[in-house]
Write a protein that binds this ligand. Structure first.
Ligand SMILES: NC(=O)c1ccc[n+]([C@@H]2O[C@H](COP(=O)([O-])OP(=O)(O)OC[C@H]3O[C@@H](n4cnc5c(N)ncnc54)[C@H](OP(=O)(O)O)[C@@H]3O)[C@@H](O)[C@H]2O)c1
Length: 220
């Protein structure tokens, strides 16, 4: 029997953190949820336990302790907060999977703040040199998690990273959340994935997609 993997979700009270937590709680994972508001986290834990009986989920008091216990760490925080959190978890994230979901948008949502030739995920890998940073969930909107199928088609979710085994593990997680995982390549592909989401955000604003939109690769 496979052992249950433990996932620490940092920023679990936010839009993405709570959406990811709700959806992956349906799988064989143990979830440790860390957020700033204990009240909000307790309510989320209760909600998950009610909607998904048997879910293994609890609130965590500290990002470092939760990450120490975890096999997979999800940073569901703004790009600007990643440096501070990376410093807190650097020692305990060694050899672990750290998922970068961030889109490093500027304040006006019409550009990225990262320099050309890099990405939020690669920046995070630089801050956590001994972790296995994987890009995932950056091209799926929080609202998509309620219904990972749009117009009858299962939304694709791209996974990128330099460690093949870690990409496979995260692809399983993406599948549990209801999306169709596509292993998109090495971590540097995050540059494209983060730009893709900037485009989708721009299109969503222009055509009023109501934050319910996603990517689907059509192929034979
Ligand atoms: N929203 C989407 O549809 C979407 C889609 C794809 C990717 N993303 C990416 O997902 C990430 C989170 O976005 P979101 O929309 O979920 O944002 P959000 O709703 O504002 O949630 C962000 C969370 O991060 C926490 N946080 C902020 N600064 C922190 C710090 N210094 N230390 C610890 N926790 C901190 C916040 O806690 P407090 O509220 O207590 O401050 C909050 O729980 C971003 O990187 C974004 O680019 C978002």
């Amino acid at each position: 029997m496979q052992t249950k993997k433990t996932i620490a979700v940092i920023g679990a009270g936010g839009n993405m953190g709570s959406a990811i937590s709700r959806s992956v709680s349906k799988g064989a994972y143990r979830l440790l949820l860390k957020g700033d508001s204990q009240e909000q986290l307790d309510a989320l834990v209760k909600e998950i336990q009610t909607t998904t009986p048997g879910a293994d989920v609890e609130a965590a008091a500290c990002a470092t302790d939760a990450s120490w216990e975890a096999d997979i760490i999800i940073l569901a925080v703004p790009y600007q907060a990643e440096k501070e959190i990376a410093e807190k978890i650097r020692q305990v994230a060694n050899q672990k999977i750290v998922i970068s979901i961030a889109n490093p948008l500027n304040e006006t949502y019409d550009g990225l703040v990262t320099e050309p030739g890099t990405s939020a995920a690669e920046e995070l890998q630089r801050l956590l040199p001994n972790a296995k940073v994987i890009k995932a969930f950056n091209t799926t909107f929080a609202a998509d998690f309620n219904s990972p199928s749009i117009s009858g088609k299962q939304v694709d979710a791209f996974v990128a990273g330099n460690d093949e085994e870690a990409v496979k593990t995260v692809s399983e997680l993406v599948k549990t959340a209801g999306f169709n995982p596509i292993a998109a390549g090495e971590l540097a592909v995050s540059r494209t994935l983060e730009s893709m989401q900037l485009l989708l955000i721009r299109l969503g604003m222009k055509y009023n997609y109501n934050w319910l939109a996603g990517w689907k690769i059509l192929h034979n």
